[in-house]
Design a protein around this ligand. Structure first.
Ligand SMILES: [Mg+2]
Length: 233
């Protein structure tokens, strides 16, 4: 039986439902900005995508520094606010509001209990493309390390997060890692590319659309410790 020593976790949409959190953080932050400067033309999703490409061209780190991306988008949308010192002040304050609200999450049922059980038998780590900080939550105490795209200077499914993870741990090899996440590419292909075992968190009956074998999936955190026990212990 394969021996696992390190379990790595995605955060957004794996430990909590991220969509309502981000939506609310965005709406509330925009509202705060508009109270300061009047109505702002925020644009739709396509505007966001082209603006993002434009910003990455000017500054490639924006590809993986999503906090900087958000600030630069605010700055572009507030181009009419002068002087620029006022604009920059509003951008910084708006980002602080956003990031605070971005941490107003509700863990999926069973997350805390599962992490407590697993942390007694395995080292646990976080590998995220997002900018949520696990150490802002009580469950942060279960994790030995946390690596974001900002720290990896790259995004999943590229391998940088895993390369950093094995540096964090003494003598752990890829074959001793289990990765758990919701995203078919950014989590499951990410692990598959390095021969790392994965479990797919699929709580919405999503169809598997990749051209490699689907790993074992689970829909409830309450089942996770038992699944891992049956597979590896
Ligand atoms: Mg995710």
């Amino acid at each position: 039986m394969k021996k696992i020593r390190l379990i790595t976790f995605d955060l957004d949409d794996t430990l909590w439902d991220n969509v309502p959190t981000i939506k609310k953080a965005e709406v509330d932050t925009r509202k705060w900005i508009e109270e300061k400067v009047g109505e702002v033309e925020w644009g739709d999703f396509n505007d966001f995508i082209s603006l993002r490409e434009e910003l990455i061209e000017d500054d490639p780190v924006i590809e993986w520094d999503i906090s900087k991306l958000r600030k630069e988008i605010f700055r572009k949308k507030l181009a009419h606010v002068n002087p620029s010192s006022l604009r920059n002040k509003i951008v910084e304050e708006a980002f602080n509001i956003f990031i605070k609200k971005r941490h107003e999450i509700k863990l999926f049922d069973g997350v805390e209990e599962a992490l407590e059980i697993l942390s007694k038998k395995y080292s646990l780590g976080v590998l995220t493309n997002g900018n949520a900080d696990i150490y802002k939550f009580p469950i942060g105490k279960y994790f030995k390390f946390s690596i974001s795209a900002l720290e990896a200077k790259n995004s999943k499914p590229n391998r940088a997060h895993f390369d950093m993870a094995i540096k964090e741990m003494n003598n752990v090899v890829f074959d001793e890692i289990l990765h758990i996440g919701d995203h078919q590419i950014n989590d499951i292909l990410f692990a598959y590319n390095l021969g790392i075992d994965a479990l797919w968190f699929n709580n919405s009956n999503t169809e598997w659309t990749q051209d490699f074998k689907k790993p074992q999936e689970f829909s409830s955190w309450e089942l996770l410790p038992k699944i891992i026990e049956n597979k590896y212990e």
